[in-house]
Design a binder for this molecule. Structure first.
Ligand code: DC
Length: 223
């Protein structure tokens, strides 16, 4: 019997653009493995800070990357990254990590270490019986899965995104992170050509999700 197709859904966008809520909803609705790649960059950042390894100290960053052992744990429908057998906790949403993560994420060696790890999660999802995966980040549709079945790029006005973060009680330098994430040399935040671009400033999350769900359902429907 032929192996059923494994659907790949890529969702990219800036901070607080609606990626997390929409990808979680799609994961639940279509039984897709949910992957929040921002949490991977955050977990590595927290570990580097814990070890006192600055983003400007490239040899030390490289040395630390060589020492870290990455694994994956399934929590609900989400793939969480283990570093040396441990999944990071709330510290990855701290102000310190918010302030530093874009600087670490701009390091090509660090990104390279995550590319094969992230692609390998498709096998992890298959092995756990999912119909596909929905991966959210900044470079999923451009660099990680450029041939994804569905590619979305979410964006919203900065003021609205700041209001969303403040509503969650979080301090986040959204504009500054977006500036660094969009201007770095390796895999910058950008709308990849061919992706469906959705402005979420004035539409409800439900409307955004329905638009995305229709595209996903069309891919899953038998030809
Ligand atoms: O999605 P987030 O705000 O939790 O992501 C945190 C940071 O991680 C973001 O500012 C840039 C980086 N990141 C990245 O460079 N590439 C990704 N695929 C995901 C996140």
């Amino acid at each position: 019997m032929a192996t059923p197709p494994f659907l790949i859904v890529a969702i990219d966008g800036g901070a607080a653009s609606g990626k997390s809520s929409s990808s979680r909803t799609l994961s639940e609705r279509f039984h897709l493995l949910h992957v929040d790649t921002g949490s991977f960059y955050r977990a590595i950042t927290a570990e580097m800070l814990r070890r006192g390894v600055g983003a400007g100290d490239l040899p030390a960053v490289r040395q630390t990357l060589a020492e870290l052992r990455f694994g994956t744990r399934l929590t609900g429908r989400s793939a969480e990254m283990e570093i040396d057998g441990r999944v990071a906790g709330d510290e990855i949403r701290s102000r310190e990590v918010n302030d530093h993560v874009s600087h670490y994420a701009a390091i090509p060696d660090l990104r390279a270490a995550l590319v094969s790890y992230q692609r390998g999660l498709a096998d992890f999802g298959r092995a756990h019986g999912f119909r596909g995966l929905v991966m959210e980040g900044r470079d999923i549709g451009s660099a990680i899965f450029p041939d994804a079945d569905c590619r979305f790029f979410l964006h919203a006005e900065a003021g609205e995104r700041e209001r969303r973060r403040a509503g969650q009680g979080l301090h986040d330098q959204i504009r500054e992170r977006d500036r660094i994430d969009s201007s770095r040399k390796t895999s910058p935040l950008t709308c990849p050509s061919g992706a469906v671009s959705i402005d979420t400033t004035h539409v409800s999350l439900d409307q955004v999700v329905e638009q995305m769900a229709a595209a996903v359902a069309a891919q899953l429907a038998p030809a």
